[in-house]
Design a protein around this ligand. Structure first.
Ligand SMILES: [Mg+2]
Length: 248
């Protein structure tokens, strides 16, 4: 692990007016993979063809992009699946809710303490996720986190993550001020690039498939191995710390 850097050009990580949190791999994990499995089941059922998510980038993607990529990979033509997109998502929402008792959602380390810390500082908290809205809120309900978030940006109308972030940022500023400072928190290079496309800095956390090195290479302003590493009690300027800034 490398040492802590605190360049004067960066504000404190906890000084923003509002935060946009990714869900999967950032706030929570779900080893049951109910959402991903239901995706393939529902697309296959509605389209009458086998649709697989094998080989598809799921982490950091959006539900709309996952469907597009899965259909492409499975050889389903655009003109066949696009008219049925709403039917697929409607079924996906129903099936995930039906299987909610099978989900094994757990919180990532430090999540509740981090949200407590930011709330105590007066920050407005929202989610910005590639999930469909109904599924995103379900996960937060099951995780016991729903009440902590004032607003959410979801992928129902946005296959492109940067556009979902833009929408979430717009909502965040409605809840704060038009000139409010925002920060995205996510676990993939796609969260980082979508934040930067909107001139928003990013805290990247290496709690899913991407390493600290991957996330530093993506250009995140802050990279941590766990959200717990951001908390003041764990924030030590010693060489053992794993809070890093790529702007150092
Ligand atoms: Mg994620």
């Amino acid at each position: 692990m490398t040492s802590v850097f605190a360049p004067a050009t960066l504000p404190a990580w906890d000084s923003f007016d509002a935060y946009l949190f990714d869900i999967d791999g950032t706030l929570t994990r779900d080893p049951s993979r109910i959402h991903v499995q239901a995706f393939a089941d529902c697309a296959s059922h509605v389209l009458g063809r086998t649709v697989t998510l094998k080989g598809i980038t799921v982490h950091g993607s959006t539900d709309a992009a996952i469907l597009r990529d899965a259909c492409s990979m499975s050889g389903v033509e655009d003109e066949h699946w696009r008219p049925l997109e709403a039917a697929i998502f409607s079924r996906l929402i129903s099936v995930v809710h039906e299987r909610r008792h099978l989900m094994q959602i757990t919180l990532m380390p430090g999540v509740e303490q981090l949200l407590d810390h930011l709330a105590a500082r007066g920050a407005v908290l929202g989610v910005a996720t590639g999930n469909l809205e109904s599924i995103g809120w379900l996960k937060l309900d099951l995780a016991g986190l729903h009440h902590r978030f004032t607003f959410g940006g979801f992928s129902d109308r946005f296959a492109v993550r940067a556009e979902m972030i833009a929408h979430a940022a717009h909502i965040a500023r409605r809840h704060t001020a038009s000139g409010a400072s925002l920060c995205v928190v996510g676990d993939t290079p796609f969260d980082v690039s979508a934040a930067h496309a909107n001139n928003i800095p990013a805290i990247a956390v290496a709690t899913s498939i991407y390493s600290v090195e991957d996330l530093r290479a993506a250009g995140a302003e802050w990279v941590v191995s766990s959200l717990a590493d951001l908390l003041p009690a764990n924030h030590s300027p010693s060489p053992a710390s794993n809070l890093q800034s790529t702007l150092a």
